[in-house]
Design a protein. Structure first.
Length: 489
């Protein structure tokens, strides 16, 4: 149904795509993988009409085009779901689904009730529970991602492009999406699926194409590849060269979270963390994991409970107080709550130090300090004065980590630290977390990626419906046990 034939695309100073051919059959899931900067996003932008190829042609249902416009792509029933959510916060869920094609009554007035009923039917098919009447501004990152998929399904797409669709989803939501994809392909819909989660692509993909540095490395049919093969093609080295967490001696208890509560989102949660320990927190999206982290960090106010850090009872009422007490947090949505997108890298890294420092900023010292962080964390930039919005996702995440590594904090809270970053950057993030553990820092690691949670954590606490229902040691935890605890069966 679709062929992108020998596509080449240049940007100033770089060749984003170099003679790449990619095709898609009706009823197929063709996965596209590669590290950040491999060319995946550029290829998808060409398909969606957002970019024009310098060379090559696009063949759709036997007809050749030199390029697509965005309106052509929509008319051709090509729906693209980008990693960065594009929704109107001030409208309801149903309004967003029908935006541009509203249902109207005989008087020409938007029929809100019909739109809500139709949106609810689509979401019931997805096995998700989002009220069609709620404002998008009130949705979680996971629900925002799901809403984009609902919009694409509503538009009756024949070709659907999914760019990191599960990056904000937990286990239950991901399983529902996988089931839906199988249903869609059975109806003849072709799906291009982009993901850094290699377990997903090996499960759902009929074929997998690997890009590296703008070039096509390989295209594999199902059952002819392994995760190790894909990693080797993506990064140019074998999976056994990747970082694996070593066992680190754990010291005394230094954090006590006692009976933390906030409405029905966090209910009487208690746990401890020892110096050097990585305490993982798992659960489905919406279970209360991020809400608990926000309470500990002072970003939200608890209703009950106490926090004891290194023998001192503290009650941070805002993040600034938490930081002064030695608590820092790397949030789930780096673009919304972690970065100042219109500011340069140097300001994004130094923001906490500058806030805590009562003296005048020494620009020379600041430059040397940030340059040292950039070098030590292997952050790839053209300059520390580069706007952080133009930096890749993995390097943005490392900039946020660099911001906190200089604060001498005792407790680091990581909420989905590898969300939306490539395989190589993930390993670097894991190494940073492990090094903090070696230094005796306490780590709370929240993750929807079960292999990540299991491999990195010394213990794992499971949150379900706001309550911590179990705490398991590394030796006893398995994916099957976690799933049962997540879902309560």
């Amino acid at each position: 149904m679709l062929t992108l034939d020998r596509i080449t695309k240049d940007f100033p100073g770089t060749r984003a795509l170099d003679d790449v051919t990619f095709d898609l059959y009706a009823g197929e899931v063709h996965c596209l993988v590669g590290e950040n900067g491999a060319g995946k996003s550029t290829l998808i932008k060409i398909l969606s009409g957002a970019e024009k190829p310098d060379k090559g042609e696009l063949i759709l249902f036997g007809k050749s085009y030199s390029q697509f416009t965005t309106s052509q792509a929509i008319n051709f029933k090509i729906a693209t779901i980008y990693q960065e959510v594009d929704l109107v916060d001030s409208l309801t869920v149903a309004d967003n689904v029908f935006l541009g094609g509203e249902l109207r009554n005989m008087f020409g007035i938007i029929d809100q009730k019909r739109q809500e009923i139709s949106a609810a039917e689509i979401m019931e098919r997805l096995k998700i529970k989002i009220s069609p009447a709620v404002l998008v501004a009130d949705l979680s990152p996971a629900d925002r991602q799901i809403l984009q998929i609902v919009k694409a399904i509503h538009r009756d797409a024949k070709i659907m492009v999914m760019d990191e669709p599960t990056s904000s989803l937990g286990f239950e939501e991901t399983r529902a999406l996988m089931d839906l994809i199988r249903e869609l392909t059975s109806e003849g819909i072709g799906i291009i699926y982009i993901s850094h989660y290699l377990q997903e692509v090996t499960e759902i993909g009929d074929r997998i194409t690997v890009l590296k540095d703008g070039k096509l490395v390989n295209t594999y049919k199902k059952s002819t590849f392994s995760t190790k093969t894909l990693i080797r093609d993506m990064v140019g080295r074998n999976a056994d060269e990747f970082f694996y967490k070593e066992e680190i001696p754990i010291k005394e208890e230094a954090l006590n979270v006692n009976h933390y509560s906030k409405g029905d989102r966090v209910q009487d949660v208690s746990f401890t963390v020892r110096e050097g320990e990585i305490f993982g927190i798992g659960g489905i999206v919406g279970s209360g994991r991020s809400e608990l982290a926000a309470l500990i960090f002072g970003a939200d106010k608890k209703e009950d409970g106490e926090l004891i850090l290194k023998g001192r009872k503290i009650t941070p009422s805002n993040p600034k107080q938490a930081i002064r007490h030695g608590i820092c947090m790397i949030t789930e949505d780096r673009k919304e709550t972690g970065l100042f997108l219109d500011r340069p890298v140097v300001e994004n890294i130094e923001i906490v130090n500058n806030e805590l420092n009562t003296f005048l900023i020494n620009l020379s010292t600041e430059k040397n300090h940030v340059s040292g962080i950039v070098e030590s964390l292997n952050i790839y930039l053209s300059s520390i004065k580069q706007d952080i919005d133009s930096v890749s996702g993995g390097n943005q995440q490392k900039c946020i980590l660099g911001r906190w590594l200089t604060t001498n904090a005792d407790l680091f809270i990581f909420d989905e630290p590898t969300k939306g970053v490539d395989v190589g950057a993930k390993q670097e993030v894991y190494k940073i977390i492990s090094n903090l553990s070696k230094q005796g820092k306490m780590i709370i690691l929240i993750s929807s990626d079960m292999p990540e949670l299991i491999s990195m954590s010394d213990r794992i606490g499971v949150i379900r419906e706001g309550a911590m229902v179990s705490i398991m040691s590394k030796s006893e935890v398995t994916e099957q046990k976690l799933i049962k605890e997540y879902l309560g069966y």
